[in-house]
Design a protein around this ligand. Sequence first.
Ligand SMILES: N[C@@H](CCC(=O)N[C@@H](CS)C(=O)NCC(=O)O)C(=O)O
Length: 209
Amino acid sequence: MPVPADLHGAQTGNCFRVAIALEEAAIPYTVHRVDLMKEEQRSPGHLRLNPAGKVPVLVDRSVPGEPFVLSQSNAIILWAAGHAPGRLIPRDEGPDRMHVLERFFYFVTDVIARSHAAFALRRADAGGGGADALDRLALASLSVAESFVAAAPFMAGDSFSIADIAAFTIASAYARDVAWTDLPALERWFATIAARPAVRRGLRAFDQP
Ligand SMILES: N[C@@H](CCC(=O)N[C@@H](CS)C(=O)NCC(=O)O)C(=O)O
């Protein structure tokens, strides 16, 4: 077990997902807040960790030799799952494990990536309707998840998994736009995930002390 890891991040969806994964995996970690408004993500120290100048970044100093650095939220989530056997992904190679990965990547690629692309278009002042269209596509894909949680309590079956972590933060981001009354199973699932103590701790990870 890597103890403890350093998590460099801020109050963003990618960072919250990682913090929730670490909490759910019961991996101890120390938070290093990166002030994005002050461009701390482009400081020389941070660029040494992640030349892309982004958060989150995880540093594991418990491994022999050079610290182990990961700078992609989804890789960090998989790292956390790998250190908590059976908690976030089924242990056995097999259909259940593949199903979790299928649903995890569904939310990462069909919902989160579209939402990020919409954000990037707006920030570049290059929306031109494209950003709204991407948000609509992301929301449509999120709405499909009604069928996932109508069939089972969690996004990929009977157990909480990384698929729930991926779905939860983006559902939170779109909470005001989701047609909750048409999506009762999704609404029930959302309330269940929001009430999990580890999720609540993860959402507070980057609060000011
Ligand atoms: N693909 C990366 C994306 C990282 C990313 O875009 N991070 C944003 C915050 S969620 C960031 O650092 N933005 C600051 C900037 O672009 O200056 C991941 O999943 O970790």
